[in-house]
Design a protein around this ligand. Structure first.
Ligand code: G6P
Length: 617
């Protein structure tokens, strides 16, 4: 977690670092800070809270205004707290005792306590509760025993256990940023007479056209006109820049009040673009040129294991239903964090599907590494071509191409994952030569989907009117069955993330086995009732809840008179078949979370305690 930016060049540095940090704020917003060279000194300025707080603090300090035409060199950081509460003192950058070295860090140092004890024994004092402070103190100590900064850095990181992307400034080297990484992202942006470092490529694409990705255990020295790379033995290595696709101004809300609203409203377009890429005209099979499977592997898969976290896990759970319906393969879905300590029952015939919007989620990366160590084949689904998951899954990688998602709560990337997973199920089924008629009708429905999603999106105001009266409730229960059970889980997660109201999702048949005990007039039940195999049973379970006096809300299709007569509030969606319905059902539920959170005055795009990309286990 946490975001890192660095700049060396002639431009005014503070606005550049702040813009970079704003692009990275999705990675954490507990505190922010910058370190810059000024004269002979290293200056650090940092504060608890968001980048906007840091901007306020900096505003009146004229010494932080840049000097165009001189070399300006600095690093910045936005934090998601792991070790030590969010506070000014725990904010990065961190200094060594002599204030000669400033460090920003993304990751976790697992053995920081041991190092801290050792260094304390040698007389060093620590002023923060962070794991990062041991890095800067170690480098400082090693610098005294070594000949160069590169040697000191490599000696220090050799003592660290854990994951890290680190950028470092040394007093007296006012034209250089040093950086090193292991299992956390860091990229160098190559400009003209200026260079950058950052945690991701979209941020760098605001400033440059070319980048060089730092690999594990590589050290870089970045100056205005040059970038050098070294391995941990101090040997120079050669790396070539790659041209990147420019991401248009990622901070543009396009007239929406929140990024979340903008992203919810982009879903029809996202689905449509993916269908254009992978679903050719009628009569033709789904095409994934990005997958290099031998057809005999796909025909003989013994099981599929899906690994993911959070919203991506819910996309995986939905995919289980679709894959098991359309193919002959048993599918298991596990939280990545649970799989890390599980016993993998995989073979060389197994397919592991790793799903991660960011492609950087530490739990998912660790779980995938464990799964593939059994000889199973990996297929990756991610929104980020520049991510660690994209690297791991080079051979079989599907990009979900939803565009940059800024709001921490995932919406359009969820429907993008669903689209890819549905198409994948159809693809495998076609290779296996199964369920031909059913597949043709699903493909036709998928083609019609963007238009239906658009229709649902146009109902935003109607959903708002229906939903807003429930904003004062303390708990919510979401229920669904079959393919819509994961959507009940996703709806509960969205509401928790955005509004901080406690919410749970249940398979509706499970309500009577315990959860029904929580119901009373203050706990609304939201039922997903789409005509099909599960409909009557969900209605039955909803009536059981209604008789416990819970306020009753339904997501139901247009013209469903039965739902109208049973529920207090019905969020209508266009008519759709049950198997495709998750794409439409999720829309009023995303709006439900959004409008309730907005009514409560919550921080929509940056909910408390969360970060979009969780790069620690
Ligand atoms: C974090 C985010 C969630 C996200 C989860 C998995 O917890 O707050 O919104 O679903 O990580 O992220 P990934 O990038 O792996 O899909």
């Amino acid at each position: 977690m946490c975001g890192i930016i660095g700049y060396v060049g002639d431009k005014e540095i503070v606005p550049l670092l702040l813009k970079g940090l704003q692009c990275l704020e999705y990675r954490g917003y507990d505190s922010a800070g910058i370190a810059i060279h000024r004269g002979h000194n290293l200056n650090v300025i940092k504060t608890i809270g968001k980048i906007s707080n840091l901007e306020e603090v900096i505003k009146n300090k004229t010494e932080y205004n840049g000097k165009n035409g001189h070399i300006n060199c600095g690093i910045g950081h936005t934090r998601w707290a792991t070790h030590g509460e969010p506070s000014d003192v725990n904010a990065h950058p961190h200094f060594d005792t002599e204030e000669k070295i400033a460090v920003v860090h993304n990751g976790i140092i697992r053995n920081y306590q041991e190092i801290k004890e050792k260094l304390t024994h040698h007389g060093l004092t620590f002023v923060t509760q962070t794991d990062t402070e041991v890095i800067v103190q170690l480098i400082s100590r090693n610098l005294k025993k070594t000949k160069s900064a590169v040697e000191a850095i490599s000696k220090s990181v050799n003592e660290l256990e854990g994951s890290y992307a680190i950028a470092i400034l040394f007093k007296g080297e006012s034209d250089k940023i040093y950086a090193v990484r292991k299992e956390a992202p860091l990229v160098i942006g190559i400009g003209n007479g200026e260079n950058f470092v950052a945690s991701d490529i979209p941020t760098l694409s605001q400033f440059v056209d070319k980048v060089i990705r730092l690999n594990d255990n590589e050290i870089t020295i970045v100056t205005k006109n040059n970038v050098e790379f070294y391995n941990l033995s101090g040997e120079k290595i050669k790396k070539e820049p790659q041209i990147i696709t420019k991401t248009k101004d990622i901070l543009d809300k396009k007239g929406f009040k929140h990024y979340l609203a903008k992203e919810i409203n982009e879903q029809a377009e996202v689905i449509s673009n993916l269908l254009k890429d992978f679903l050719p005209g009628a009569g033709k099979p789904v095409q994934f040129d990005c997958l290099k499977f031998d057809p005999s592997f796909l025909k003989n898969i013994d099981r599929v294991l899906i690994l993911a976290c959070g919203t991506a896990y819910h996309a995986g759970l939905t995919a289980k239903y679709i894959l098991e319906t359309l193919t002959s393969i048993p599918v298991e879905v596990q939280f990545s964090s649970e799989f890390i300590t599980a016993s993998p029952l995989l073979t060389k015939k197994s397919l592991v599907i790793g799903i991660s919007q960011s492609g950087e989620t530490a739990d998912t990366l660790a779980a995938i590494k464990k799964a593939v160590s059994t000889g199973a084949t990996l297929l990756g689904i991610t929104n980020r071509a520049d991510s660690a998951l994209a690297d791991l899954a080079k051979e079989h990688l599907i990009l979900s191409k939803a565009g940059v998602e800024i709001s921490v709560a995932a919406t359009k990337t969820f429907t993008a994952q669903l689209t890819v997973l549905y198409l994948l199920a159809v693809y495998i089924s076609e290779v296996q030569g199964l369920r031909r008629a059913e597949i043709q009708s699903i493909k036709q429905e998928l083609r019609e989907l963007p238009q239906l999603v658009d229709q649902a999106l146009l109902r935003a105001e109607y959903y708002q009117e229906q939903i807003i009266k429930y904003a004062n409730k303390r708990d919510f229960v979401f229920i669904g069955r079959g393919v819509n059970y994961p959507i009940a889980l996703e709806a509960a997660l969205k509401l928790k993330e955005l509004s901080y109201i406690h919410a749970s999702g249940y398979a509706s048949g499970e309500m009577k086995h315990g959860p029904i005990a929580v119901l009373d007039p203050n706990v609304p039940v939201v039922s997903i009732c789409v005509p099909g195999e599960t409909y009557d049973r969900v209605i039955q379970n909803s009536l059981e809840a209604k008789s416990r006096k819970a306020p009753m809300i339904a997501v139901a299709v247009d013209g469903d008179k039965k739902a109208d007569s049973i529920f207090d509030t019905v969020l209508h969606i266009p008519q759709i078949s049950e198997i495709i319905s998750p794409f439409l059902v999720v829309i009023p539920l995303q709006f439900l979370a959004y409008y309730i959170a907005e009514a409560l005055g919550q921080d929509i795009d940056q909910p408390r305690n969360l970060a979009k990309s969780v790069t620690v286990e």
